[in-house]
Design a protein around this ligand. Structure first.
Ligand code: ZN
Ligand code: ZN
Length: 92
């Protein structure tokens, strides 16, 4: 899988990170209060943006795995502008 084409997006919650998802959504993760924000898209892709994005993603996925059957994810890290990004996309 190629890395997602992350870019900065300005939302009414502030500056965040989006990518071309492949579904009709424009998923945007917006950091808030110095912590990473995230969006879990309807198509199953998750991304976190902001400080501590990677541990936040790890904790989020671990919490979900306790509650429901989860797909296998391909994970990666990126830096977009000055924003840390961690992503997990279901394997095809
Ligand atoms: Zn969608
Ligand atoms: Zn999507």
């Amino acid at each position: 899988m190629a890395d997602p084409d992350f870019s900065i997006i300005n939302t009414d919650k502030g500056e965040g990170v989006t990518y071309t998802c492949g579904c009709p959504c424009v998923p945007a993760a917006v950091p808030a209060d110095g912590a990473a924000g995230f969006e879990h898209c309807c198509c199953g892709k998750v991304h976190f943006a902001g400080a501590g994005a990677e541990p936040a993603l790890t904790a989020y996925l671990a919490g979900r795995a306790n509650r429901k059957r989860e797909p296998r994810y391909t994970r990666g890290l990126a830096t977009v502008g000055a924003i840390e990004v961690a992503w997990a996309f279901p394997e095809e």
